[in-house]
Design a protein around this ligand. Structure first.
Ligand SMILES: [Zn+2]
Ligand SMILES: [Zn+2]
Length: 343
């Protein structure tokens, strides 16, 4: 057993993974695919993830694989099951866990963040974290369950309804998942704004009503032309940057909702147009991780409701993780997945 350990300061190293007997309720998963997340890129650059990272640790929280061994008392999954893992483990005891806001848990632990995760050939996981994948679903799609689950939480927060107009800022993996979820939620029109042409084309092929190049076109003007009214009812920012967050507020219609979903670098702040927020009576909100949405995300993927293959543009074996992270930052990639181990 081996994993690609993150050592801090942007350094990785393949090391043996300590083998141990399974605890009660624990399962061993042979990792088949693990996605590289924007938060892994942030961790690589020295920011924290959903929780604090203490190297050395194996990152990778978007994993899918096969159960190969089960500990005592395991009754939810069996050897041979294909599963996707919800990485986030809540304490269940803190003030937030006890008031239905587990994503705010004060003692949040996460597989691939605070304990060894999926950039390895095997991973130890509590059975409660496992959700079954249909056998015909490729593991690389299963590895997309966590980002889909996070997007579902954001969609729940934003409350997209049938007939709403939606504007998505950013056409990376998250923007393109949000696009599909907005369509499934019954949005009348979904406009996606993205500077990279290849991503705009993909958005159109995935059913976007229209795409906008924010470098060359005026988003507000285009929205008015496309939607026949000023601004979109729901704006979903999937970039995590200053320009997009500022634009999100101005792209919202009167009475609209702005979901700031993209994960920013630590310390990022923007100037808010308070007058705009007052005059338009905007609801501006954040969204963190995937409380109680992993099962619904797995159900959507098992049910064939999402097109995930076009989003997965690159794959690398686990020992080339750092190259994968570099590629995840590049404009020509959408989602990079780590699949298999070459040594
Ligand atoms: Zn993630
Ligand atoms: Zn808690």
């Amino acid at each position: 057993m081996k994993g690609n350990y993150y050592l801090g300061d942007g350094k990785f190293e393949m090391r043996p993974l300590p083998q141990r007997p399974l605890g009660p309720g624990e399962v061993l998963i042979k990792v088949e695919a693990c996605g590289i997340c924007g938060t892994d890129v942030h961790i690589y650059h020295g920011s924290k993830g959903s929780a604090e990272v203490h190297p050395p640790v194996v990152l990778g929280h978007e994993l899918a694989g096969q159960v190969v061994e089960v500990g005592g008392g395991v009754d939810r999954v069996a050897v041979g099951d294909h599963v996707t893992v919800d990485p986030n483990i809540y304490c269940g005891k803190c003030r937030f866990c006890r008031m239905g806001k587990k994503q705010m848990c004060q003692d949040l632990r996460a597989i691939g963040v605070t304990q060894n995760g999926g950039f390895a050939d095997y991973c130890y996981v509590p059975q409660e974290q496992c959700y079954r994948l249909a056998s015909q679903v490729p593991y690389r799609w299963g590895a997309m369950t966590e980002p889909v689950a996070c997007c579902l939480h954001g969609m729940d927060r934003a409350g997209v309804r049938q007939g709403d107009t939606v504007c998505i800022l950013g056409g990376g993996a998250i923007g393109l998942i949000m696009l599909q979820l907005a369509q499934l939620a019954g949005a009348a029109q979904v406009v996606l704004s993205e500077p990279v042409e290849q991503r705009r084309e993909l958005a159109l092929s995935l059913g976007a009503s229209a795409v906008v190049d924010p470098g060359r076109e005026d988003l507000g003007q285009r929205l008015e032309e496309l939607l026949g009214a000023a601004g979109a009812g729901v704006v979903i920012e999937c970039v995590g940057g200053v320009a997009a967050a500022t634009q999100a507020v101005s792209a919202a219609a009167r009475g609209g909702t702005v979901l700031l979903f993209g994960v920013p670098k630590s310390g990022t702040s923007v100037q808010l147009n308070l007058d705009d927020i007052f005059q338009k009576e905007l609801k501006v909100m954040g969204s963190k991780i995937n409380p109680d949405t992993h099962g619904r995300a797995a159900a959507l993927i098992n049910g064939g409701k999402l097109r995930l293959e076009p989003l997965i543009t690159h794959s690398y074996p686990v020992e080339r993780l750092e190259e994968g992270i570099q590629k995840q930052m590049a404009d020509d990639s959408i989602k990079v997945v780590i699949e298999g181990c070459g040594i």
